[in-house]
Design a protein around this ligand. Structure first.
Ligand SMILES: *Cc1c(COP(=O)(O)O)cnc(C)c1O
Length: 394
C-alpha cells in the first residue's frame, strides 16, 4: 500500500488486508489455527509455503501480520516484531542486538523488569551500566568503546522525567551504538522516537496501544534488517503474540489517536487541577511549566504531554487510605494505559525494593500516587479527585 495518506486515514487502512491469498472480508477474521495447509502434493508445497508465506503460528499468522503493518506505520519504521509481551519485545531486541562482550548503556530510571533483564543477561556476558539520562553530559561520559546499545524510555516512572531523545540519539550514533527507545508511556500519538534518531522503538502493547486492559503484548519497530534478525530469534524463543490478542490489539489501534487525544487532554486538565489543590504538595506532569523538562517535552512532543502523572500528598497513610476509599472513579490496578483511570502507589509496586533515602532523592515519597488518566469526562474526574482529597483538610 502506498503510504501517502494522512495519519487519520492510514490508521484505518494499514494492515487491514491479507495480501493475495484470501478473499477479503470487511474485517480480518481471527485465524485461530496452528498451521496452514500445504498444497495437494509435494510439488505444490513450495507454492503454498514459500510464496504464500503462512506456515506455522509461531512463525507467522495473518492477525499478527496485520498488527505488524499497523504498528510499523504508527511508529514510522520499516518493520515490526510483535511479541507476547512488552518484556518479550525488550528481551528479544537486546539479545538480538548485543553479543557477549558488548556493553549496554541504560537509563537508571527504567521500568523495573527492564532493569532486571539487564542484570540477567550479564550472566551471558552482556555488560551494562546505568546513568540518569536527564543528565546528557553523564550519558556522554558513560559511553564505552564496546557500547552497542543505548537504552531509554521517553517518559519514565514515576516522576515523569522526560529524556531528550534527539540528544541521546546523537551520542549513541557518535559511538556507533543503536538507540532503543521504549515509547510505552508516550505512544506514537505523542512522539515517534524514530523521527528523532531512535533505531528501535519498543511498545508494551498491553498499555495505551491496546488501551482496553484485556491483552498482554509488545512490539519492536525498526529497519527491516534489525527486525528480520530479531524475528528469527523471536521464533526460536517462542514469544510471538497469539492470534486472538493480535486481533484485539489491531482493532484497538484503529482508535489509538482518538483515545490518546482525549486521555492527553484529560491528563493535562487533571494535572492543572491537582496542582491548584491546596492539599496537594506537588504534581509531576510534563505539561506543567514547573516540570524540569517541560521545554524538552514541548520541543519533542507532537501532541500532549503523556497521559501519566503523579502527585504528592502528605505522608499520612491513614488519610491516603481514606482518600482511596473516597474515590469513585479511579481504582487501584497493577497496570496502566487502559480506558479507565487507574492508580498505583510506587513505594508498594515499582519502587518497593528501593531504600527510603534513595527513593526520597528520586522524589518518591510515601505520599506519591501515580495516575494513568482514562477516557472519562474530565469534569467528573476532577470533581472526584477534589472531593476525595478533602480528607486532608483540617
Ligand atoms: C509495562 C511496561 C513494560 C513491559 O510490558 P509487558 O507488556 O508488561 O511485558 C515495559 N516498559 C514499560 C515502560 C512498561 O510500562
Amino acid at each position: 500500500m502506498e503510504r501517502n495518506m494522512n495519519r487519520g486515514t492510514e490508521i484505518i487502512m494499514q494492515g487491514a488486508e491479507v495480501k493475495g491469498t484470501l478473499s477479503t472480508p470487511e474485517v480480518l477474521p481471527i485465524y485461530l489455527t496452528t498451521a496452514f495447509r500445504g498444497g495437494a502434493d509435494l510439488d505444490e508445497l513450495n507454492e503454498y509455503y514459500a510464496v504464500k508465506g503462512y506456515t506455522y503460528n509461531r512463525i507467522r499468522n495473518p492477525n499478527r501480520n496485520a498488527l505488524t503493518e499497523l504498528v510499523s506505520y504508527l511508529e514510522g519504521g520499516e518493520a515490526s516484531m510483535i511479541c507476547s509481551s512488552g518484556m518479550g519485545a525488550i528481551t528479544t531486541t537486546l539479545l538480538s542486538l548485543a553479543d557477549a562482550g558488548d556493553h549496554i548503556l541504560a537509563n537508571s530510571n527504567l521500568y523495573g523488569e527492564t532493569l532486571e533483564i539487564l542484570d540477567v543477561i550479564k550472566r551471558y556476558g552482556i555488560e551494562s551500566t546505568c546513568v540518569d539520562f536527564t543528565d546528557i553530559e553523564a550519558v556522554r561520559k558513560a559511553v564505552q568503546a564496546n557500547t552497542k546499545i543505548v537504552y531509554t524510555e521517553v517518559i519514565s516512572n514515576p516522576t515523569m522525567a522526560v529524556v531528550d531523545v534527539e540528544a541521546v540519539a546523537r551520542i549513541a550514533h557518535d559511538c556507533g551504538a543503536k538507540l532503543v527507545v521504549d515509547n510505552t508511556f508516550t505512544t506514537s500519538t505523542v512522539i515517534k522516537p524514530i523521527d528523532f534518531g531512535a533505531d528501535v522503538t519498543i511498545n508494551s502493547l498491553t498499555k495505551f496501544m491496546n488501551g482496553h486492559s484485556d491483552i498482554v503484548g509488545g512490539s519492536a519497530t525498526a529497519s527491516k534488517d534489525i527486525v528480520d534478525k530479531a524475528c528469527k530469534l523471536q521464533a526460536l524463543l517462542g514469544c510471538t503474540l497469539d492470534p486472538f490478542s493480535s486481533y484485539l490489539c489491531e482493532r484497538s489501534l484503529r482508535t489509538l489517536d482518538l483515545r490518546m487525544e482525549r486521555q492527553l487532554k484529560n491528563a493535562e486538565a487533571l494535572a492543572k487541577a491537582l496542582d491548584e489543590h491546596p492539599c496537594v504538595l506537588k504534581v509531576n506532569h510534563p505539561s506543567l511549566p514547573t516540570h524540569p523538562q517541560h521545554d524538552i517535552a514541548k520541543r519533542l512532543f507532537a501532541k500532549g504531554y503523556g497521559a501519566m502523572l503523579s502527585f504528592e500528598m502528605p505522608e499520612d497513610r491513614e488519610k491516603i487510605n481514606a482518600f482511596m476509599r473516597r474515590l469513585h472513579i479511579a481504582k487501584y490496578a497493577m497496570t496502566l494505559g487502559g480506558y479507565a483511570t487507574t492508580l498505583s502507589y510506587p513505594i508498594l509496586s515499582s519502587h518497593a525494593s528501593v531504600p527510603r533515602d534513595i527513593r526520597l532523592k528520586m522524589g518518591i515519597t510515601d505520599g506519591l500516587m501515580r495516575v494513568s488518566v482514562g477516557l472519562e469526562d474530565v469534569q467528573d474526574l476532577i470533581a472526584d479527585f477534589t472531593q476525595a482529597l478533602s480528607v486532608f483538610e483540617k
